[in-house]
Design a protein around this ligand. Structure first.
Ligand code: G4P
Length: 319
């Protein structure tokens, strides 16, 4: 089973974002530092390139990500034209205070009382946009929740007298082109998943951690990982936690849920699900026909301000 989403309100959100893009000087794009590329929506880059807007790219939740991988991503993004990347934890006020100064550095032509710097925070659900906005404004202005966000009304919020934040409604959903992106997003709870998918997501995560962070599995669950595959890891969690069904079999569903919770809460440690290298490998091996469920662009509505789909796909051109 592959995870694909394309909620109906995406086109409406895109249209609003394209309109808003005209009126801003800077895009603050928030992504999840643990999966920066899987948690970005390429539409953001396409929309801002069409309007030539610079981007302050915030790799958020860096407190949960592998610092080595995060630094590699920062270097990677800072090589891109018009992009300034920074790793933050928006839950830390001392991190968030850096944002206004960085924003002014990225767009130095604005930022006065007469010409305030107009900024738009963009990103897929659950990457921490509301947390960032609340911290920037030092008050609660948007609902913060762990479930993927619901559409909100657009707001203009003043940050001092020389900066304005425009809050985009509904935000943008991830464009899941590669099945592994869907699994990474579900593992990180950027998209919701039901119990059936949770088992697949947990197995995927376990396989990935076996390859990249076996020592963290050992440290958390105390078992030797040699010779294990993802299913065996989840069963190992069931065994360690005593999750059994009536007949004595492992309760795989419960173990999968617990394992995902351990990852999402940070109990497993600081983990990045992708690196620039793993992304490059994925792109190099990717055949569009690998994923028959992937959305064709024909599936989308034709109602457009301008045709961002003619822009080159940034995922294909990176690295
Ligand atoms: P969104 O607007 O982009 O949809 O995301 P939102 O701010 O609602 O944040 C989604 C979840 O991510 C929240 O968790 C929030 O606390 C958490 N979060 C945001 N920034 C960071 C960060 O830098 N580090 C960590 N570890 N978590 C972060 P929640 O469980 O729903 O809320 P809460 O109980 O933590 O407040």
């Amino acid at each position: 089973m592959s995870i694909q989403w394309f909620p109906g309100h995406m086109n409406a959100a895109r249209k609003k974002a394209a309109e808003a893009m005209e009126k801003v000087d800077l895009v603050i794009e928030v992504v999840d530092a643990r999966l920066p590329q899987a948690s970005c929506n390429p539409m953001i880059e396409q929309l801002r390139n069409a309007r030539q807007r610079p981007c302050l790219k915030i790799l958020n939740k860096t407190d949960m990500a592998d610092p080595v991988a995060t630094q590699a991503w920062i270097n990677h993004y800072n090589r891109q034209k018009g992009v300034t990347a920074v790793a933050l934890s928006c839950k830390k006020p001392s991190d968030v205070v850096r944002v206004p100064k960085l924003a002014l550095q990225v767009a130095p032509h604005r930022g006065t009382v007469l010409k305030p710097l107009r900024m738009m925070i963009m990103g897929i659900p659950n990457v921490g946009k509301s947390t960032l906005m609340n911290a920037l404004l030092k008050k609660r202005v948007a609902a913060v929740g762990d479930e993927p966000a619901v559409t909100k009304t657009q707001q203009r919020l003043y940050l001092g007298n020389n900066m304005v934040l425009i809050d985009t409604p509904g935000m943008l959903w991830p464009k899941i082109e590669h099945p592994s992106d869907g699994l990474m997003l579900a593992a990180s709870h950027a998209v919701g998943s039901n119990a059936l998918i949770e088992e697949e997501v947990a197995t995927f995560l376990a396989d990935l951690l076996l390859q990249r962070y076996p020592q963290l599995l050992k440290a958390r669950y105390g078992f030797q990982t040699e010779g294990m595959d993802g299913v065996a890891v989840v069963e190992g969690v069931a065994a360690k936690r005593g999750f059994r069904l009536k007949g004595g079999d492992y309760d795989f569903e419960k173990a999968a849920h617990t394992f995902l919770q351990d990852y999402r809460s940070g109990a497993l440690g600081r983990i990045s699900l992708e690196t620039p290298e793993s992304r490059a490998e994925l792109l190099a091996s990717y055949q569009p026909t690998d994923n028959p469920d992937a959305l064709s662009e024909d599936d989308e509505d034709e109602e457009e301000e301008y045709d961002w789909r003619n822009a080159p796909d940034p995922r294909g051109s990176r690295d």
